[in-house]
Design a protein around this ligand. Structure first.
Ligand code: 13P
Ligand code: SF4
Length: 357
């Protein structure tokens, strides 16, 4: 990176001292991660933000929904800053509140709304989390999706036929967790497409389903394919395939291990020297793992380069600009969630933080 920008970032951080707390998601660029006080997946970072009530500014190097969650979980006096406002998440954008409310109404019309517990992945906007809070639901992350789904099914376990889950926005995390961790079959899952009338489903399909999966996906993890896994297995004997549960069901079925970014990191740290790994997650993280573990053979599970383009929007120039603005007494790019949304979203987030484990 540009040495002048590095020096300016260091100087701004030193000038702000304890007033600022910098969070860095594992998919951030090296040049930004260097300045993070803590790094983590979205679950760990949400907890870390809540654990620093003394910091006046939380500079969130990640994407918009993560900064919103940090704002919800921190005190009103604390200001959360996203260095580039264009750092959104295409998956989170696939579930809009209006669409979710339309689906909810359709489920009432089909006579099944009373048996549904809504569960949203952390990768969703604050108003979707608030919808879950208002309607008896919960937030989950890729680290605790199974525990959250168990909790959700228990909420209405007494109903004849059991509870149903409406899961958004990532159909893959929902399907992979239901089928591989909870013992449901693929036939128990249906996909609700918000662009089609009645989600593209008949009333019978809705009544029979146990998992109603929102038609959303991650543009990065959705790129990994089963044929590359076959190719790598043929080329490298004994290679271990390690993927994130946002990958398609087909890819996850072919993998050896599946888990959140924190799980992926811990697995590589614990791996024996000399072992081979192909990792299916965002490329900044895979490269960092390969650099940190030269004694292990680590390759990327795709023929092409595939970064998360919105995570990558937070670069050193944006970080320096946000930090120097704070030093100058100007709060730029503050992310605030309105009070009503915050109250309801906090209910769903708190249910998640209270889950066992
Ligand atoms: P986790 O950080 O929960 O593993 O999620 C991955 C992701 O895609 C974040 O945007
Ligand atoms: Fe969203 Fe996928 Fe990027 Fe994560 S990696 S921020 S889920 S688009």
């Amino acid at each position: 990176s540009d040495p002048d920008l590095v020096a300016r970032a260091r100087a701004a951080k030193a000038a702000l001292g304890e007033r600022v707390f910098v969070l860095g998601h594992h998919y951030q660029r090296d040049e930004v991660i260097e300045f993070a006080d803590v790094t983590g997946d979205s679950f760990k970072l949400a907890r870390d933000a809540a654990g620093r009530p003394d910091a006046e500014f939380i500079v969130f190097c990640g994407v918009h929904f993560m900064a919103e969650s940090a704002d919800i979980l921190t005190a009103d006096s604390q200001k959360v800053i996203l260095p580039d406002l264009a750092a959104g998440c295409s998956m989170a954008d696939m579930a809009r509140l209006g669409q979710v409310e339309d689906a909810w109404d359709a489920m009432a019309a089909a006579g099944i709304q009373g048996s549904i517990v809504p569960v949203t992945y952390m990768n969703s906007s604050a108003d979707i989390k608030a919808f879950c809070g208002r309607n008896g639901g919960v937030v989950c992350t890729s680290s605790n999706a199974d525990v959250a789904l168990e909790w959700a099914f228990e909420q209405k376990a007494d109903l004849e036929g059991g509870a149903k889950i409406l899961f958004f926005p990532d159909q893959h995390l929902g399907r992979n967790t239901a089928v591989l961790k909870m013992g449901f079959s693929l036939d128990d899952c249906v996909v609700w497409d918000p662009r089609q009338p009645n989600g593209g489903l008949s009333v019978e399909e809705l009544r029979d389903a146990r998992m109603i999966l929102w038609k959303g996906h991650c543009s990065v993890h959705g790129r990994f394919t089963a044929d590359v896994i076959d190719e790598l297995r043929a080329k490298h004997e004994g290679i271990n395939i390690l993927v994130h549960p946002e990958c398609t069901h087909e890819v996850v079925l072919k993998a050896d291990l599946v888990g959140s970014t924190e799980f992926i990191i811990k697995t590589i740290e614990a791996a024996e020297p000399g072992t081979s790994w192909a990792i299916g997650t965002e490329l900044n993280l895979v490269k960092r793992l390969a650099d940190a573990h030269p004694d292990k053979n680590i390759v990327f599970l795709d023929r092409n380069v595939c970064y998360c383009s919105t995570m990558n929007r937070i670069d050193l120039p944006h970080f320096v600009w946000a930090m120097e603005s704070l030093v100058a007494g100007q709060v730029v790019n503050q992310i605030t969630v309105d009070d009503d949304t915050e109250r309801d979203a906090l209910v769903a987030l708190q249910r998640m933080l209270d889950l066992p484990g």
